[in-house]
Design a protein around this ligand. Structure first.
Ligand code: UDP
Ligand code: MG
Length: 324
């Protein structure tokens, strides 16, 4: 089943077999990357006369780069100077990708190659972006799935940018989408949000995600939490604005309470009660204030990061590029 399209008017493209660049972010994938590239190149050769694979080694500490260089085929390699994270690795790849279409795919065999055929078919129909939607996420733990669902629910309520649930980085981008993404300079990069933010005619197709071929996921709980916070803060200002509402409500309630106390004192006198109320009010308000300052701090830290204007990644070495 194909989920409904995000945008209506499309016109079929004439190019039958496009020039494909595959961007592959890889972090410590030495164990299986040779086999992966072999399979990927064989598959792409069946799809187009012109293709290339652009591997971005995201600061691996194993032999990922050496494995890639030893591999035959139209393969280029960018090695980042340290581990900058998957979002940065993808951005580096998109910066250098020359293809008419760019396919982003993980290096761990979780994204089946035949889905690329469907990507190309939809691109030929006129779509500028085709994203793969996981049919079920059995490869993730139950907790990760629940948290992820929660994240998408919060995100859809808080942000005006519609981010399709269970769609990841596995997708095809037309060259013009790649050019649009290159114009986004922000350092708090949440790619899933940026894909939606740039717009264009997009469609989701469902696929069944495979098991990871070797080792385990590179994303631990803290990394995912950080990614989720980046997503929320860079696509919604609601956490900041919320406190105007909370503050107003508390002020309003306290006015009513003041009137109530005044009346009580006037009518029944003042026996100096209310110690418990006072403690509850002080601690509750203290909590609310710290929480809101914390949220302010979260945004402030991200603004600080942004104004430093550091590059999102540093390239340590290139392989297979004409001028290197
Ligand atoms: N990856 C990366 N940098 C990182 C973490 C991961 O380039 O800091 C790559 C990794 O090599 C793989 C892809 O991103 O090709 C997805 O990573 P992983 O399979 O660990 O994530 P999951 O499938 O659990 O989302
Ligand atoms: Mg994976």
């Amino acid at each position: 089943m194909t989920p409904p399209t995000d945008s209506p008017a499309i016109a079929p493209r004439s190019t039958a077999r496009p020039w494909i660049t595959c961007v592959v972010p890889a972090y410590n994938e030495a164990e299986s990357i040779a086999e992966f590239l072999c399979g990927l190149c064989a598959h792409l050769a069946g799809l187009s006369e012109r293709f290339e694979v652009l591997v971005v080694d995201d600061g691996s500490i194993d032999a990922t780069s050496q494995q890639v260089i030893a591999q035959p085929g139209p393969i280029r390699l960018l090695t980042l100077s340290r581990n900058f994270g998957k979002e940065a690795a993808i951005s580096a790849g998109l910066e250098e990708a020359d293809g008419e279409v760019v396919v982003i795919i993980d290096a761990d065999f979780q994204h089946p190659f035949p889905v690329i055929d469907e990507f190309i078919e939809h691109w030929q129909q006129g779509y500028d972006m085709v994203y793969a939607v996981r049919r079920e996420r059995n490869t993730d733990s139950k907790l990760r799935r629940q948290l992820s669902r929660m994240f998408y629910q919060i995100m859809s309520r808080m942000s005006s940018v519609r981010i399709p649930e269970d769609a990841g980085d596995f997708r095809l981008l037309d060259r013009k989408v790649v050019h649009a993404l290159r114009r986004v300079p922000e350092s708090n990069r949440f790619m899933k949000g940026l894909y939606s933010w740039v717009g264009f005619r997009s469609i989701g197709i469902s696929f069944t995600i495979e098991e990871r071929r070797s080792s385990s996921s590179k994303f631990n709980f803290l990394k995912l939490l950080d990614l989720a916070t980046t997503g929320l803060t860079s696509f919604s200002n609601l956490p900041l604005r919320l406190w105007v509402g909370v503050g107003s409500l508390i002020s309003l309630l306290s006015i009513f309470y003041a009137i109530y106390i005044l009346m009580e004192t006037l009518i029944f006198g003042n026996p100096l009660a209310g110690w418990a109320t006072l403690v509850v009010a002080v601690t509750f308000l203290g909590g609310v204030q710290l929480l809101s300052i914390g949220i302010l701090g979260e945004y402030l830290a991200r603004i600080f990061n942004e104004v430093k204007r550091r590059p999102n990644y540093i390239i340590a070495a290139k392989h297979g590029f004409p001028n290197e």
